[in-house]
Design a protein around this ligand. Structure first.
Ligand code: CO
Length: 213
């Protein structure tokens, strides 16, 4: 069996299994999706969002990129965020990093890799902001893992800084932004306890209101 045949075979078996367990499963999903959660995670193949949370199709809206970054002008991420918040009305946004992240590791090294260096640039800035704490850690892997945690905290704030999330809060829409780090070595997520559920934690310059017509 070729690599591709294996995928089709798996897919058929999966669809049959789902129908056996719940004959109405796909019919319900065809009608609509109604997820309560938006996951913003790393593209790493070892961090499968639905599987980690034990959620079925329809329960988790997902955006993934290298090193789970939320750039302020990334149209892809912003479009996902807007759709999730304004139309799907998710209640929770979970930014999930993971220990041993290759993207974070690349941004801690002095060599260039190419285009990806531009994408990863904000991680170098986070390093600089926390240089004293990071440089104090001798063990390279522990230093990387602290960076993975710091990166998640920063991206949670970046989500909160978007006008999409701030407008949801000013409308009174319940919305929490959480930061998790996933352990590839044990399969467990760790809550960084940096949840933001209103604009209060943002610096004044980042708190904005919609413009009046
Ligand atoms: Co990663």
């Amino acid at each position: 069996m070729s690599d591709m045949e294996r995928l089709f075979e798996n897919n058929r078996a999966w669809a049959i299994g789902k129908l056996k367990a719940d004959p109405g499963f796909f019919d319900r999903l065809t009608a609509q999706q109604n997820p309560d959660f938006l996951w913003i995670g790393c593209a790493d193949s070892r961090v499968p969002a639905n599987e980690i949370c034990g959620l079925d199709p329809g329960e988790l809206f997902v955006h993934r990129n290298v090193a789970n970054l939320v750039h302020p002008a990334d149209m892809n991420c912003l479009a996902v965020l807007q759709y999730a918040v304004e139309f799907l009305k998710v209640k929770h946004i979970i930014v999930t990093g993971h220990y041993g992240c290759g993207g974070v590791r690349a941004a801690m090294r002095p060599e260039q890799l190419g285009l990806i260096d531009h994408w990863l640039r904000p991680i170098r800035d986070i390093y600089e902001k926390n240089r004293d704490d990071l440089d104090a850690i001798i063990d390279e892997y522990k230093r990387l893992n602290l960076m993975c945690e710091l990166n998640v905290r920063e991206q949670v704030i970046n989500v909160a800084k978007t006008t999409i999330v701030q407008n949801a809060w000013s409308r009174g829409q319940p919305l929490k932004v959480h930061g998790w780090v996933y352990g590839i070595s044990n399969g467990l997520v760790r809550d960084m306890e940096c949840t933001v559920d209103g604009p209060e934690r943002l610096e004044a310059i980042h708190r904005t209101l919609p413009s009046k017509p």
